[in-house]
Write a protein that binds this ligand. Structure first.
Ligand code: TXA
Ligand code: MG
Length: 316
């Protein structure tokens, strides 16, 4: 396997084939509503190990396990009352729940990197759901990009980022949300916030009340994957740029005449999230000294957008 990485349009037939590739222990890149995932059979140690190898992920960070429905999730993890409420409200969708791993769960140990918890998510994408059903297995999937690079929101991004490393790329067009899922720890009574993403803090607090943030509680659970430098384009980045400086190319937001590309001319955060990774890739061109980015409001989805930009701009 892994000879050529071809992009297949998502038909009944290719989804069935992709399910077979997963069952055989291969790697399939597939669309979700957040970003494209690099999927493998979550029950197989070798298949999960091959995800880390393909991404050249430096350490064994735990992965998100994708399921098609609640029954499949409940075979893997123990649901707390908070998790039940969150799943009832946001699943299928851009929310990942970290929950206690069931003792008899048929899951690779590497998938949770030795922790006694598992991150689970029911994606809101018809192709992802059909692939999960075709494989008949939970699918472990990080974003389908080389470690440290920008996450893919198009099938072509996967082919660019992981050439020859994936057995099959299933094309489902652009990802509607465009940012990874929000990750929360729902093991206890009070829910811990681990990673900003497609579901906002306000939305979560409306359902389960105040969250615990890692900064408020030094001993609060952390997400091992929150590396400081991530989502990095080749060009250095300058954030909160009101003006464009010599040698820069500008990624704009809102009214912004000098922008080469604009995340959302009308200043809409959903639209900006959906465009973020693709526009960062498009502007990452030779001949410029730096990429400047307009200020993005720090509310709602803007929190996750600013989180990704901060990591993209971090020293490498
Ligand atoms: O939208 C998404 O979440 C995408 C799509 C493909 O579903 N997936 C994704 O996976 O972003 P990944 O591997 O890039 O991010 C998983 C995050 C990491 O920050 C990891 O540390 C955290 O979830 N995580 C996974 N299992 C965990 C666990 N048991 N406890 C705490 N954090 C966990
Ligand atoms: Mg990632």
């Amino acid at each position: 396997m892994n000879i050529e990485t071809s992009i297949y349009p998502a038909t009944e037939d290719t989804i069935k084939k992709a399910g077979e590739v997963i069952v055989r222990g291969g790697l399939v890149a597939f669309p979700t509503e957040t970003v494209y995932g690099l999927g493998a059979d979550a029950t197989s140690e070798e298949a999960v190990a091959s995800i880390f190898a393909a991404k050249e992920r430096p350490s064994f960070n735990p992965l998100i396990v994708h399921v098609p429905d609640m029954d499949a999730a409940k075979e893997l993890v123990e649901f707390t009352p908070a998790a039940e409420k969150l799943a009832a409200t946001f699943w299928p969708g851009a929310l990942t729940l970290v929950l206690p791993r069931k003792k008899d769960a048929s899951l690779s140990l590497l998938v949770s990197a030795g922790l006694d918890t598992v991150a689970v998510r029911m994606p809101n994408h018809p192709i992802a759901t059909r692939l999960l059903r075709a494989a008949g297995k939970p699918i472990a999937a990080p974003s389908a990009n080389k470690s440290g690079q920008i996450s893919p929101t198009l099938a072509a991004h996967v082919a660019q980022s992981l050439p020859g490393k994936v057995d099959m790329i299933v094309d489902g067009g652009p990802c509607a949300v465009g940012l990874e899922s929000t990750v929360v720890d729902a093991c206890g009574d009070q829910v811990g916030f681990l990673r900003p993403g497609g579901i906002s803090i306000e939305q979560l607090e409306n359902v389960v009340g105040p969250l615990i943030f890692p900064d408020d509680a030094p001993d609060a659970p952390k997400s091992p994957g929150m590396l400081t430098s991530h989502y990095a384009p080749t060009l250095p980045m300058r954030l909160n740029a009101d003006q464009i400086e010599e040698g820069e190319i500008l990624l704009g937001f809102g009214k912004c005449e000098k922008a080469s590309l604009n995340l959302s001319p009308k200043g809409n955060l959903e639209e900006a999230a959906a465009n973020l990774f693709a526009m960062m890739r498009d502007l990452d061109q030779v001949g410029y000294k730096r990429m400047a980015v307009s200020p993005i409001p720090k509310e709602g989805l803007g929190l996750a957008i600013n989180d990704r930009l901060k990591r993209a701009a971090a020293p490498r």
